[in-house]
Design a protein around this ligand. Sequence first.
Ligand code: FES
Length: 337
Amino acid sequence: MSARIRIDGSEVEFAAEPGQSVLDAALAAGVELPYSCRKGVCGNCLARVLDGPVSGGVGQGCEGADAGELLLCRAHALGDLLISPRSWRRAEPGARVVLDAQVLSNKLAADDVSLLQLRFAAGVRARFAAGQYLEVLLPDGGRRAFSMANAPQDNDGVLLHVRHVPGGAFTSRVVPGLQRGDTLRVELPHGDFRLREQVSRPLLFVAGGTGFAPIKSIIDDMLRRGVERDITLYWGARDPRGLYGLDTIARWQRRRPRLNFIPVISDPGAQPPWNGRRGLVHEALRQDIESPAALDVYACGAPAMVRAVRTELLGRGLPAEQFFSDSFVSGADDATA
Ligand code: FES
């Protein structure tokens, strides 16, 4: 028998079938909740269950969870539930589409990062918000998630930054061999990592590796629309070659000389030699950011980095509702987001 799940403070209710996670039930009902990996790792789907019996809901992503929060991608309703997610919204009917996209170009930006430019059929455009992601639908039924790196105004195609996951069936074995004219089937848009514009606080963006992609989309979009908010960007990589978008950042800084960019390299033996900031990106934030509460923070990268940044900044007074994140999870099966 199905369970009824209600979102606290709203009239929104949806059904969860036996065996279906709370997250899957919400998405199937057109209720968008934050999520990324669907594997219990990223922690994006954390929510409080205020009432009702539930099983599961725990995993690596619980690190840094507030009291009473569970992972909705791992939680199953054993009866009617009342939940309080960190955010939610109704999906726009018809907003998500499945499209065939052709490879326009496929370039190596770093040793292990491909810039994959896809183009939709003539006349076809896809609506998405800067910061959202798509899923590549594979012939075996698998899905791989990648953020759009292009601004949403350029919606006759998408630009993806694909890190080659060691041993990854798609990112390491398929992506490097993709050639102009090859076709991928994609579904978009997904995710709620997008700029909140009701406020005008200064923005702190924190990227790890290819977590730069959605942040690039957001900043490109802001510059095109003339959104005047102070921008600081930290970008962490293992070695300098991982900072593959420096020309883009230089272009931004020509238009916005006050855009503050701090690259941070973690490998002490990094090549080529590096004279800039060293260490982990959350450590650099600890040294540099005196008053996080004055900022809106957008972080994207590996779950450990995102959690470390969240813990660091919330621990020094950043309100949780001013922290937005997208974590991507990598493994040999390429699970990313
Ligand atoms: S932990 Fe649930 S979506 Fe990642």
